[in-house]
Design a binder for this molecule. Structure first.
Ligand SMILES: Nc1nc2c(c(=O)[nH]1)N[C@H]1C(S)=C(S)[C@@H](COP(=O)(O)O)O[C@H]1N2
Ligand SMILES: [Mo]
Length: 526
């Protein structure tokens, strides 16, 4: 009896070895994060800081290999238990592999947000493991159970019902499983180098300090109206727009920032070299040209990086080089006039966003940030080359696709509260939102509340938060005494040059939406 159970455990262990090894191999081939590494990342993320500290201080630099080995051992022990349980209840095999699939898929997804790829890769491996387990368990079925199966039909050698369970069949499957998982694991090992663990790279970076750090956000700049967009957009809530199907994972060892084209001294800088250049900080609101009036495709962050003028000066830009083109590791390009980078605005190669190493989705290891320009002409993420050319000689990614060559941000404003279409209680209520004007800042925000039963209403002056910089949005708020009824609320901003937002509606294409943001709301009867 005992020996039987040992063989069941062996079957389960080998089947999970097959699944784990194949998951590693397929992940390596399609360059998805290793599921074992992903689970390890998940453990590090979920573990209390004290436990991580204990591991690092106990195992030193071996803490990661130790963690990964522990995960492998746990997987195999889990497999052995599943094998023992599945002998009498075959459903357990399916449940065990499904559980394994779910844990690995969630971990890979958490690392990489590649939901479909992760699920499919690990699902395929789970099926292979489940198949191997069923073969081994079937080979060990008591002979009587097979014999009650009808044996009258014409037989074929491949008919599973005709296969006699035997020790031989079991050990053949066991050996095949062991062999296949060893080969798959070895293959994964060889190919595994192609996957870059960006989160580990990001964790290892110690950010340089700005030469003259910005002061903390002044209290008068941020309004605290509930529902109003925070003055600084947290990285996790920052909008994301790009053409990348999967987020580029840059190998920092191999990554270089090149400055090429019409320059005296072409440059090639490593991340470390870039980080030792003068470092600046700037608060800049990033905006997408595709943002509809009232849309959410913008965010405000504190960026840290190397001022673009410093890099251009080091390279020595030719007098005739009228265009700066940023090129991403994935081939995306964005271009803007050279004079824009040199007119005093805080254009930079950003390395950090809101005090954190640039998040992978927002361009790790480096991206361009140019105040006052829409992202599609300026904000190249996963930057690898800054190419100096002329405006005539090159059109960047979105230009042949119908978007305008120059992309200055248009003055706009948005109502955040109350929410469009809502019914709110009568009484004093704040109307609040944000307004932005590229590098022109905002000097005035006016709000009009028109009862739908009437035609005209006066414009009222909103209270503004103090400006953070010329290139950031300003929050605004207006206290309104809401009486029962139905209303249209409209906002209109004036920028720092005294230019008021046009009422004329324009679609985002080709140069950015215009028009006044208006929402309709109801105020409930008392
Ligand atoms: N490599 C790359 N960089 C890119 C893009 C892109 O598609 N690929 N999109 C640009 C556009 S259109 C915008 S609006 C901003 C958005 O930056 P975010 O995703 O960090 O908010 O990135 C810009 N940089
Ligand atoms: Mo954009």
């Amino acid at each position: 009896m005992q020996r039987w159970r040992v063989l069941d455990a062996l079957a389960g262990l080998l089947a999970f070895a097959v699944a784990a090894a194949f998951a590693e191999l397929i992940a390596a081939v399609v360059t998805v994060v290793s599921p074992i590494v992903a689970v390890g990342d998940g453990v590090i993320r979920l573990a209390p800081a004290a436990a991580v500290h204990f591991a690092t201080s106990t195992f030193g630099t071996y803490d990661k290999p130790v963690l990964l080995s522990v995960i492998v051992v746990i997987t195999l022990v889990f497999g052995a238990l599943v094998g023992m349980a599945a002998r009498t209840r075959p459903m357990i095999a399916t449940i065990g592999f499904t559980a394994w699939w779910a844990v690995c898929s969630i971990a890979v997804w958490a690392d990489q947000t590649m939901v479909v790829a992760a699920g499919a890769v690990i699902g395929g491996a789970a099926l292979a493991g489940c198949f191997a387990l069923n073969q081994m368990l079937a080979a060990r079925l008591p002979t009587e159970r097979i014999l009650v199966e009808p044996a009258s039909q014409p037989t074929s050698a491949n008919d599973p019902r005709q296969r006699t369970p035997s020790r031989r069949a079991f050990f053949t499957w066991a050996a095949a499983s062991a062999g296949a998982s060893a080969v798959a694991a070895a293959g994964a090992q060889r190919l595994g180098g192609r996957y870059v663990d960006v989160e580990a790279e990001r964790r290892a970076i110690v950010l340089p300090a700005a030469q003259s750090p910005l002061r903390a956000v002044p209290p008068g700049a941020a309004l605290d109206t509930p529902g109003l967009s925070p003055l600084i957009t947290p990285n996790s809530e920052f909008y994301r727009i790009d053409t990348a199907l999967s987020v580029p994972r840059v190998d920092l060892e191999k990554w270089r920032l090149r400055i090429t084209g019409m320059v005296e001294r072409p440059l090639e800088l490593t991340y470390a070299e870039l980080a030792t250049m003068p470092i600046a900080e700037a608060d800049v609101t990033l905006t997408c040209v595709s943002n509809e009036v009232g849309g959410k495709l913008l965010g405000n962050a504190r960026w840290l990086g190397v001022p673009l003028p410093a890099l251009l000066e080091r390279a020595g830009v030719h007098a005739g080089a009228t265009q700066i083109v940023g090129r991403s590791v994935d081939g995306f390009t964005a271009g803007f006039p050279t004079e824009v980078a040199l007119d005093g605005r805080a254009a930079m190669v950003a390395l950090a966003m809101n005090g954190q190493v640039l998040p992978t989705e927002h361009g790790f290891p480096a991206r361009l940030v140019v105040p006052g320009l829409y992202g599609y002409v300026s904000a190249t993420k996963w930057l690898t080359e800054i190419h100096l050319t002329t405006l005539e000689a090159f059109d960047a990614y979105w230009i042949p696709r119908g978007w305008s060559k120059l992309g200055p941000i248009k003055t706009q404003s948005r109502i955040d509260v109350p929410t469009r279409g809502r019914t709110i209680p009568a009484g004093r209520t704040p109307i609040a939102g944000v307004a932005w004007g590229g590098i022109r800042s905002i000097s005035k925000v006016e709000v009009r509340v028109t009862a739908t039963s009437t035609k005209d209403a006066p414009w009222m002056m909103a209270r503004l938060g103090d400006p953070l910089s010329h290139s950031t949005w300003r929050q605004w708020v207006l206290e309104w005494d809401a009486q029962p009824g139905e209303y249209d609320i409209t906002v209109c901003a004036t920028d720092g040059d005294g230019e008021t937002q046009t009422q004329d509606s324009a679609a985002p294409a080709p140069s950015g939406a215009t028009g006044w943001h208006t929402i309709r709301i109801k105020v409930a009867d008392r």
